[in-house]
Design a protein around this ligand. Structure first.
Ligand code: TRP
Length: 457
């Protein structure tokens, strides 16, 4: 099948763009916390297994589907199996997932850009230690603040996507990803040299297999998928931009390594600092917006710089992920005949409305929420709904059907042909990959985790 679209120019470009998609809010505020909560090195061990055996296999799966078909998710499935066009439902399901993720991503990224601004202007440094929760609530539930910053972030994302696949996405990722690595290393060095830092390292890495519960294992698998951006068609789109002579296995391995590395480094940057400042670890928003500002303030004047560096790091990591989400949806509409620029603007406009609704639905436990937080169908506000759906349920469902299509519907010869670049590469690992990981391990693991996840409340 011909792939006439503009794609990425080199392996390096592919790895940076896809690592940009993978490294995001999930790595920096979710992974370290999950790691601490579910047994440190024990969790890390399981995470590495899942990431390399299931996550990376899905990454390769999506790359092959994308590059072979040359399409975004909706058309990719039928293109590879014309007998049953209804497989496009899996693609559409992925689009729905991306659509929801982008809305909540915009909200959280907006908060982050806002905190970056507050740290640069010195506002954060002027707040008393005990008042950060109140400050965060005021910020996140105010009518205009979250919206203003969210719009700034969305406009930046849109500009990059309008710049195109090569000149926008690839260029920006090649620039930002190495910069991100430098920022996170700077933060690690600072954190590790604080007195009392070792307790944080212990929290992160001390292996405690008793904390590794069944529930924990599910959370770790969900995180492995979410973190690699698989199970929703995003990597099918990036796959369709991979040059024909690139080695898909190598690309996928590098992307996975970058993703894990940044997640672990983020943990090393955060927890030693948290313990050194006498705070206790928390998860999600309160870690980033309530605990860390206290930590930065405890460093004295230089803390202002580190606060700015941290919120910049988080904003940029979120930006390359948001770019990937917007590109996924744009490429999908483009496949359906819409002009790229029109598609990107249209999606952004719809996401803006949705994101504002989600932002206004946010409620911090124990405080008054945003103006829409009283709307709680099924006992959850809309922010919680989107968070739960996108974090736990939708990605494994998408991943399960994608891998079933790949292992049981697509022709094995086609997969071999694509992974070996039409016989050019020697791929002695193919049998293990295909018969063991793709057809057996990945679907069984996904199915078990889904069923257990749904029944375990
Ligand atoms: N991987 C991103 C993170 O860790 C989040 C994400 C999930 C994503 N699915 C995606 C990003 C699809 C881009 C496209 O934060």
């Amino acid at each position: 099948m011909a792939n006439n679209k503009t794609g990425f120019t080199s392996s390096f470009g592919v790895v940076m763009a896809a690592a940009g998609s993978a490294v995001g809010l999930g790595n920096i505020w979710r992974f370290p916390y999950i790691c601490g909560q579910y047994g440190g090195a024990a969790c890390l061990f399981v995470y590495l297994l899942f990431v390399f055996l299931i996550g990376m296999v899905l990454l390769m799966t999506e790359f092959v589907i994308g590059r072979r078909s040359g399409f975004a998710a909706e058309k990719a499935f039928p293109a590879l199996y014309p007998k049953r066009p209804s497989w496009k439902i899996v693609g559409l399901f992925g689009m729905f997932t991306c659509f929801l993720i982008l809305s909540i991503y915009l909200v959280i990224s907006g908060w982050t850009v806002g905190y970056f601004w507050d740290s640069v202007t010195g506002k954060l440094a002027s707040i008393e230690d005990g008042a950060f929760d109140e400050y965060f609530v005021q910020f996140s539930t105010s009518v205009w603040k979250p919206v203003v910053f969210l719009v700034i972030f969305l406009v930046l994302t849109l500009i990059v996507v309008l710049g195109g696949v090569q000149k926008g996405i690839e260029q920006v990722s090649k620039l930002l990803m190495p910069f991100l690595l430098v920022l996170v290393i700077v933060l690690c060095v600072r954190a590790l040299t604080l007195p009392g830092a070792s307790k944080g390292i212990e929290y992160l890495f001390n292996p405690d297999f008793s904390k590794l519960t069944w529930e924990g294992i599910l959370a770790i698998l969900g995180q492995a998928l979410f973190s690699l951006s698989v199970g929703m068609g995003a990597m099918i789109v990036y796959g369709s931009y991979i040059p024909r002579d690139n080695n898909i296995l190598k690309n996928a391995a590098w992307i996975t390594v970058c993703d894990v590395l940044i997640a672990v480094l983020a943990g090393v940057a955060i927890f030693p600092a948290v313990f050194a400042a006498g705070q206790s670890p928390a998860g999600g928003p309160s870690l980033v917006y309530e605990v860390l500002p206290i930590v930065f303030n405890s460093m004295g004047t230089i803390g202002i710089v580190f606060a700015a560096v941290f919120f910049l790091l988080l904003s940029l990591a979120a930006l390359t992920s948001a770019i990937s989400l917007l590109e996924t949806l744009t490429a999908w509409l483009h496949d359906r005949g819409m002009k790229r620029s029109v598609a990107a603007v249209l999606i952004s406009a719809i996401e803006l409305v949705l994101a504002v609704v989600v932002a206004y639905a946010y409620k911090r436990e124990g405080f008054d929420g945003g103006i829409l937080s009283g709307f709680t169908p099924g006992g959850r506000d809309l922010f919680d709904w989107v968070d739960k759906l996108t974090g736990s349920y939708l990605p494994p469902i998408g991943a399960l059907f994608t891998v079933i299509f790949f292992g049981w519907v697509m022709k094995k010869e086609d997969i071999y042909d694509e992974l070996s670049n039409h016989g050019v590469l020697k791929i002695s690992w193919f049998k293990v990959f295909y018969h063991f990981l793709v057809r057996f391990v990945a679907p069984v693991a996904l199915l078990i985790s889904l069923v257990a996840g749904i029944f375990a409340k």
